[in-house]
Ligand binder design. Structure first.
Ligand code: DAK
Length: 259
């Protein structure tokens, strides 16, 4: 175990957590320890009503430069299965509350996959996204061959995964991989502003909207539309809906409880 914590957690605003990956000497390479700490934090917040949105960031040089390659020499097919590393990555994908990635510098390999598993990516101008695993004789292992083509299309995904060519923030924006590009000093600030805007909104509606958008990737349109209609009908029975409508009519901000 290193002395410095591999992730830092702060509460920059009520209901918001900021998680900063903290292995600057290794460009935030995703060691088992770092992934474990991240998974533990996210799993702990699943049912914690004091947490409504999370911002995940790294450092100035790197969001994360991928899985920790220095752990690879001892890894075998058996350790890959037994260590359940995939489950650690999955903790991000299964987190039910909004997760915003604030990316400066390298987001490579598993780092790019972690960002893609988040719901919104805000990129600083210095951000570089790539899937260079093929250089190591392996392939993306946490969504790079699946989430990336669904987001940027086949041709660019092939370029990134087969030629190991990274893309810069501007190209990531035009490809739809990121929502916005900011000056690098403002990346976290912008992500936090989005998180604060989200936590002021009804938590149940936010949660259901996130769930449905993620489901849209593998739900036929007709089934997705039915699910949307039923989910919306259910939300009409919530206290938050009563409060949101009353707040609009009374021209005041809503006070939402997630009930
Ligand atoms: N792992 C370990 N250390 C890393 C690292 C990484 N991914 N990336 C950088 N570092 C370390 C370097 O070794 C160096 O350490 P020292 O030599 O100083 O001790 C330090 O960080 C600074 O890096 P550089 O000296 O290389 O810095 P440069 O500016 O020259 O280059 C770079 C920056 C990002 C271009 C370069 O460091 C680089 O190419 N890094 C490797 C990027 C990469 O190949 N990433 C993909 C890794 S494979 C799975 C799920 C996912 C995965 C696998 C399995 N399952 C669910 C089973 C994911 C796999 C990957 O991500």
């Amino acid at each position: 175990m290193s002395e410095e914590p591999v992730i830092r957690i702060t509460e920059p605003a009520p209901f918001v957590r900021l998680v900063t990956m903290n292995r600057p000497g290794a460009l935030n390479a995703l060691s088992g320890e770092l992934l474990g700490a991240l998974a533990q934090a996210l799993d702990g917040w699943r049912h914690d009503e004091a947490v409504r949105a999370v911002v995940l960031t790294g450092g100035e040089r790197a969001f994360a430069a991928g899985a920790d390659i220095k752990e690879f020499p001892l890894q075998t097919p058996a350790t890959q299965i037994l260590e359940e590393r995939a489950a650690l990555f999955d903790a991000i994908g299964r987190f039910p509350k909004p997760l915003i990635a604030a990316v400066n510098g390298y987001a490579l390999g598993g780092g790019c996959e972690v960002a893609m598993a988040c719901d919104i990516i805000i990129a600083g101008e210095t951000a570089r996204f790539g899937q260079p695993e093929v250089n190591l004789g392996i392939i993306p292992g946490a969504g790079g061959t699946q989430r990336l083509p669904r987001t940027v299309g086949k041709s660019l995904a092939m370029l990134m995964c087969l030629a190991a060519e990274p893309i810069d923030a501007k190209r990531a924006l035009s490809a739809g991989l990121v929502a916005e590009v900011t000056p690098k000093e403002l990346t976290v600030e912008r992500a936090l502003a989005i998180a604060k805007a989200i936590v002021a909104r009804p938590p149940l509606a936010v949660r259901v909207a996130k769930d449905l958008i993620l489901r849209s990737y593998d739900t036929p349109l007709d089934a997705g539309l039915k699910l949307e209609r039923r989910s919306n009908a259910a939300l009409f029975g919530t206290e938050d809906k009563q409060e949101g409508v009353a707040a609009f009519i009374e021209k005041r901000p809503g006070n939402f409880k997630g009930r």
